[in-house]
Design a protein around this ligand. Structure first.
Ligand code: ATP
Ligand code: MG
Length: 363
């Protein structure tokens, strides 16, 4: 059998810096855990535009469709701010998501004990928090037609349409239930069925899929506004949350702030299973290209490293190895290792991107 394949698109800004640490960890897995990966590297974003005049070359797109998983760093930067919309770095990422049909966006909100004082909430509300928000990523109000701004009578009207088909709801619901079976068997579905037709259908379809295919999983429903409140009041009541594109956008950003720094947050975007049974998959840190700290060795590589841990778990069936990597991160944090973004107001001396990588490898 051939080795699992990975396409690495480090991108712009701090992308290559944080990805460098992940590449060392991937090499470590080959050397020390007998888990070799076939790694290909390519360009996305501004660096691809510089070379090819497009933020994502067709060859790169084709490669992304073939591999078991794509690992992405970050795209964009001030150098590209004035580019035409059609070739902006972010379009490279959007094309990947669209053509790979990555409809299920997984955003964990996990609070490492050593960083619990970093949260915008009190320590006891967030310490030990480990929840997962599953956001529908390819449909809903951001894509629905009709849309646009037109004139009615003597004023302008802005229109967007929230639209969900049954199959779009069903596939993201299944991905949430599958995830729940690998975690704690608990899903909370959020919509606003009280005021939105798409919400009524969302609740119906999630309930039907649950009854027919996943009755072993505990399912609850919540209006998304109440969900937002509960998320900051008592987030540990949740395990997996599944919701639509718009509510997921808001709820996952709110959940992110429960856990502290942007430099800590990984994500996965999953599509339908490929011929080998693995889902199409793209893993990336939540943070952007951070031009303000690029090239200074200050970037925290943990978000990117934890994104690779998600790849181990969801693409390569290596949950125990993902646990091992996450435990190493937890240990170095407990030992006091801090990149600059993880230093509180009381300060301290930060370590560099590479030193953080060293510490995690050693652990
Ligand atoms: P984008 O538009 O690509 O989402 P953004 O401007 O919203 O980018 P980031 O590029 O993520 O956001 O940067 C926001 C802030 O967080 C910056 O001050 C940046 O330096 C900091 N930051 C982001 N990622 C990291 C990281 N991995 N380590 C340290 N600081 C980070
Ligand atoms: Mg941003």
């Amino acid at each position: 059998m051939s080795n699992p394949s990975l396409l690495i698109l480090a991108g712009d800004g701090i992308g290559p810096e944080v990805m460098n640490e992940v590449k060392r960890i991937i090499t470590w897995y080959g050397d020390k855990r007998d888990m070799p990966f076939d790694v290909t590297e390519d360009l996305v974003g501004g660096c691809a535009y510089d070379k090819h005049g497009t933020p994502l070359h067709d060859d790169t797109m084709a490669k992304a469709q073939e591999v078991d998983a794509v690992l992405l760093g970050a795209v964009g930067g001030p150098k590209y701010d004035d580019l035409d919309f059609s070739v902006k770095p972010e379009r490279g990422l959007l094309r990947l998501r669209k053509e790979m049909d990555l409809f299920s966006n997984l955003r964990p909100a996990q609070c490492f004990d050593a960083l619990a004082d970093f949260s915008s909430l009190k320590r006891d509300i967030v310490a030990g928090l480990d929840i997962m928000i599953v956001r529908e990523l390819t449909s809903g109000v951001y894509f629905g037609e009709p849309r646009g701004i037109h004139v009615e009578g003597n004023e302008r009207v802005g229109v967007n349409t929230q639209r969900y088909t049954e199959s779009e709801i069903a596939r993201v619901a299944r991905s949430a239930f599958e995830l729940a079976r690998r975690r704690n068997n608990k899903v909370c579905s959020m919509e606003k069925a009280n005021v939105m037709e798409s919400g009524v259908l969302w609740r119906q379809v999630v309930t039907e899929i649950h009854e027919k295919e996943y009755s072993d999983v505990q399912l609850s429903h919540m209006y998304a506004d109440n969900g937002a409140m509960q998320l900051v009041r008592n987030p540990k009541q949740f395990d997996v949350i599944v919701t639509d594109n718009l509510f997921g956008d808001l709820l996952s950003d709110a959940a992110a702030m429960l856990t502290g720094s942007l430099g800590m947050l990984p994500s996965a975007s999953l599509g339908l299973p490929m011929a080998n049974g693995r889902p199409k998959a793209l893993y990336e840190p939540v943070h952007g290209s951070a031009p303000d700290i690029t090239g200074q060795g200050k970037a925290n590589p943990i978000a990117c490293i934890l994104s690779f841990a998600m790849a181990l778990r969801y693409s390569f069936d290596a949950g125990a190895e993902a646990d091992r990597l996450e435990a190493a991160v937890e240990k170095v944090l407990a030992d006091g290792a801090r990149t600059a973004d993880l230093l509180g107001p009381e300060g301290g001396s930060p370590i560099s991107t590479t030193e953080m990588g060293d510490a995690i490898l050693a652990a």
